[in-house]
Ligand binder design. Structure first.
Ligand code: PMP
Length: 401
């Protein structure tokens, strides 16, 4: 049967990650390809106790339709958390609860993108955002990500020439690169965006998972009227709950509420009430500190294995939070080829290509450290080091190029 799909489907990149993950799910594979949090840190017992209480004590409300904006105590908790963590004055009315923060990206796309509008992104940029925005058929303009954050000169050019409908970025421990924008860089980005009156979409999926370095000001602090923030409970509680939020100036939030009504009426109220009660009854700061400490040791384990096992010429980032290290092969070497070679040794990596909208990035690799034990990290990186050394030795002409 030949089905006729909407033309927008042609422009949406097929989930390359999903294809790769199919290969990597065999138990013998040591996989650094996915992006899963460490399940040993999910508060399973606490959520079980809380879920029972919610159903027994709030059952009729927890199983009924609810408001689109979300459960008021949960919105209040998020507003207070912004005050405590980032010193931001946010009203609970500026928060809309969503089905994971991934849904925020879809709602933002629906609100802002016309066909052929320009969307500005970091290069590399978060694959899930590229996928979500692609549905609305934009053109992408990308801004190179340096170790300090987006290249300010390129940002200025994109803002002047392309007039993007917004700039989307992940200033804290970015997916895929692990890079955190510096203080100076944030100020410079904010200043350019303010001058161009361009909205910034600040994806803060990893802000709570910062395990070293000083806390940076959020873009919301620097340009509050222009910033739409997205947040998530996936990395600090559990992704299966599918809970996230948008925090935006009222006129933008109202549009998001309207769009969300058409999409799914409201987010799962049972999950909202379980999370809200969990946050009220358990020591959340200690729980988050435990996750951050575990990720720090997993990250450090991978970094020291890389340092001793990877050949010279492979560069990599040293994240201060999040779940990923980003490696770049010497010029001319291909991460797809590396994937093929590594999978034969039962190690999976994620080639960086899908994080680029312009066909670049063929020499980049994303490595996830949050979902492997130290033993598997050491063993996997050791095998990957061997594969890399062989690859570089067999094709020295590339190395010399
Ligand atoms: N933004 C970024 C940068 C992410 O890495 C992810 C998850 N990989 C998301 C958003 C979406 O997460 P969720 O929908 O679970 O909140």
């Amino acid at each position: 049967m030949q089905y006729t799909f909407a033309s927008r489907m042609e422009k949406t990149p097929r989930s390359f990650i999903r294809e790769i993950l199919k290969v990597t799910q065999r138990p013998e594979i040591i996989s650094f390809a996915g992006g899963l949090p460490n399940p040993a840190l999910f508060p399973v017992k606490e959520l079980a106790e809380t879920a029972e209480k919610v159903i027994v004590e709030e059952g009729t409300a927890a199983l009924q339709y609810a408001t689109t904006e979300g459960h008021p105590p949960l919105r209040e908790w998020i507003a207070e958390r912004y005050k405590k963590r980032l010193g931001l004055e946010i009203s609970p009315d500026e928060i809309l609860i969503t089905n994971g923060s991934q849904q925020c990206l879809d709602l933002i796309g629906k609100i802002f993108i016309n066909k052929d509008s320009v969307v500005a992104l970091e290069r590399p940029g978060y694959l899930g955002a590229i996928q979500a925005f692609s549905m609305y058929e934009p053109k992408f303009s990308t801004i190179s990500l340096t170790s300090e954050g987006p290249d300010i000169h390129e940002l200025g050019q994109v803002l002047d020439k392309d007039k993007p409908c917004f700039f989307y970025g992940v200033p804290n421990s970015q997916n895929p690169s692990g890079i955190t924008w510096s203080r100076e860089n944030r100020k410079a980005v904010a200043e350019r965006l303010e001058r161009a009156e361009t909205v910034f979409v600040e994806d803060d999926a990893y802000g709570e998972l910062k395990f070293r370095g000083e806390q940076m000001p959020s873009m919301k602090e620097l340009i509050p009227e222009l910033t739409v923030m997205t947040g998530s409970f996936s990395k600090i509680i559990a992704p299966g709950m599918r809970m996230g939020w948008i925090c935006a100036p009222t006129p933008i939030l109202e549009q998001a509420v309207t769009v969300k009504q058409g999409t799914d009426l409201h987010s799962n109220i049972l999950s909202q009430r379980i999370i809200s009660r969990f946050l009220a009854n358990y020591p959340v700061d200690a729980h988050i500190a435990r996750i951050s400490a575990a990720y720090e040791s997993q990250c450090d384990c991978m970094l020291s294995a890389i340092q001793s096992e990877f050949p010279e010429g492979v560069s990599y980032t040293r994240p201060d939070g999040g779940m990923f290290i980003w490696a770049t092969l010497p010029k001319g070497y291909s991460s797809m080829e590396l994937f093929d070679r590594a999978i034969k040794k039962d190690v999976a990596i994620l080639p960086g290509l899908p994080f680029y909208t312009d066909g670049g990035g063929s020499d980049t690799v994303r490595l996830n450290f949050s979902n492997s034990t130290p033993e598997r990290i050491e063993e996997g990186i050791s095998r990957l080091g061997q594969v890399l050394r062989e690859y570089l030795k067999e094709t020295p002409e590339l190395h010399a190029a």
